[in-house]
Design a protein around this ligand. Structure first.
Ligand code: ATP
Length: 298
């Protein structure tokens, strides 16, 4: 029986701005997003029983219709016109859940790529991104991966020069945050400070990691309902250890630091892991199918 796997890389937000609220209730965003080498792994196999079975290594993760891979499957089969045969999809989760690193979106995007390969359906990247936008705001980014400027709800993507190679320490505090709750606390007109997107884009074009690191900025940092102290403390630890920049990713609470020196990154990763077990050392990924990328280390 055919077995096929696909990795699902996490993302970090290098910048995140909220421009306003749309009539559909979602927010208009402008955000620089980066794929990183912390990945889930999806494995698809055929099975005798019809329908799609979903399992995961995390007992608390719902595998029914609340799981985004099911929405991805529904969108894929509706678009491709294929009749879903008996299938089993296993999610090996490594990306912490509810962390601001887009694990659910990454899995949904990987499921779309996987179904397209498994069934040789021949959907283009652009077809997959259109389907992805129906599944969730971050899913189009996760289909394309690499370094992208995402606008609108997140579906308008502009590919950018890659983040210069660096070492990324990802640290999830001991609590999780709901994306919906964090966004519900944002009032766009009350945001006083916005990211310097022009400066960040210039830094990427010039391959200047230091200049980019000085422009990391996330307007959601001031909207988290609790845990600001822990988030600020982790940022402080990363910066004191020599990070070029540190920021909360997405709707949090994961904090990351960018380092040019691998030994410094490794040392602070170990220090933080003593308090926060979900601390990882990762690298930027230039593409989701970048098979030569170094694996994440715990
Ligand atoms: P984002 O940064 O896109 O807001 P996040 O990293 O904060 O996402 P996720 O890990 O994607 O959050 O999970 C958020 C919610 O989505 C959880 O309540 C979880 O139950 C649900 N969910 C659905 N499918 C998945 C999946 N495949 N993996 C993880 N969570 C999932």
């Amino acid at each position: 029986m055919a077995v096929m796997s696909e990795r699902a890389p996490a993302k970090i937000n290098l910048t995140l701005d909220v421009l306003g609220r749309r009539p559909d209730g979602f927010h208009d965003l402008r955000t620089l997003m980066q794929s990183v080498s912390l990945c889930d792994k999806l494995t698809l196999t055929g099975r005798e029983r019809p329908g799609l079975g979903v399992t995961s290594n995390l007992s608390f993760l719902p595998t029914d219709r609340r799981n985004l891979v099911r929405a991805a499957a529904a969108a894929f089969f509706a678009r491709s016109g294929l009749t879903p045969p008996g299938l089993h999809l296993h999610l090996e989760k490594h990306i912490p859940v509810g962390s601001g690193m887009g694990g659910g979106s990454a899995d949904a995007a990987a499921a779309l790529r996987l179904f397209n390969r498994f069934f040789q359906a021949g959907l283009s990247h652009s077809d997959l991104e259109t389907l992805a936008a129906r599944v969730g705001s971050d899913v189009p980014f996760c289909v394309r991966g690499g370094t992208q400027l995402a606008e609108g709800r997140g579906e308008r993507l502009t590919s950018l020069p890659p983040l210069p190679d660096c070492h990324i320490v990802l640290c999830k505090p001991s609590f999780s945050l709901s994306t919906a709750t964090v966004f519900s606390r944002v009032t766009a007109t009350r945001i006083l400070w916005h990211p310097d997107h022009d400066g960040a884009l210039r830094a990427l074009r010039e391959g200047d990691l230091r200049a980019l690191s000085q422009r990391l900025f996330n307007v959601l940092s001031s909207s988290v309902p609790h845990g600001q102290r822990e988030i600020a403390d982790i940022c402080g630890t990363l910066l004191d250890a020599g990070a070029l920049g540190a920021l909360m990713s997405g709707s949090g609470p994961t904090v990351y630091g960018l380092f040019s020196d691998p030994d410094t990154a490794r040392a602070v990763c170990e220090t933080l892991r003593a308090c926060y077990p979900e601390t990882f050392l990762a690298r930027p990924l230039a593409a989701v199918s970048d098979d030569d990328a170094p694996a994440v280390t715990r």
